[in-house]
Design a protein around this ligand. Sequence first.
Ligand SMILES: [Zn+2]
Length: 313
Amino acid sequence: MGAPSTLRFVGLDIGGSFLKGAIVNPSGKVEGRLHEKVEKDSLEALLAQLERAVRTLAGPSGARAVGVGIPGIVEQQSARVFVAPNVPALNGYALGDDFSKRVGMPIFADNDANAAALAEAWLGAGRGSGRQIFVSLGTGIGAGIILDGHIWSGTSGYAGEIGHIQVDPKGLACGCGSRGCVETIAGIPGWIRRTQAALETRESSLRGQELEPKTIVAAAQAGDAVALEIVDESADALGVGIGAALNLLNLDRVVLGGGVAAAGEFLLLRIAEAVRKRTFAQVYADSAFKLAELSGDAGVVGAARVAIIGLSR
Ligand SMILES: [Zn+2]
């Protein structure tokens, strides 16, 4: 009885807006998915939703364990969420304790960028590299660092906060309490804010278009001067952050993921060039730049991977 259940894992990716889930086999194949608005008004509402999601995904044959990706800082031993700014109901809650009993399965959790890094390293653009950084480009900018095949979370889970490396000491105040962080420039709100400011005084093909990194990169590619400036400012800020990581850690792979990475190869090349200007020639030569390959599945497959790794510890 129940043998198949031991072979599948539930991956949940809790976002600020959506809950995504998948049931994943040991090779990483997704056998079922779930995508719904996250119910985050209270801890109880969220836990009830997570429990329903686990039961739906596991189905009658069950699952071996649950992995959860969290948009925040997570202590791995107890799967305790230190702080999740966009899902504050989880602050301080240890998923590995009560919730594990509630669903009757072991629960493992990690930061969402770490989970995506593990997914790309397992099945995507990070395959074959044991020393890499996955950089998630979205509203916020986070990273998962893999050293000698293992995620490096740091002393208390804060490792990888590449978006909060300072680019401009006199720059905009950042949510983290500092100012001029990479994220204030290269996060999506930064792209839009600078484009809107430029459009007040300059002509551009972007006027009247929906402003988002993808359209701005496309305009830059078509030769629009304003768009090219915005792209290069973002690429430069990322060059400071990623360049610092490479000079510090001498990694062999940089994987760019998250919604902004969908802007594609043009942006990737500008970022790589911005990194080249700031790193030792050998450090740059050692590192291959790649776009993430798993797109929408990285979060849930990575969460399942967190569970697989957690069980093996
Ligand atoms: Zn910051």
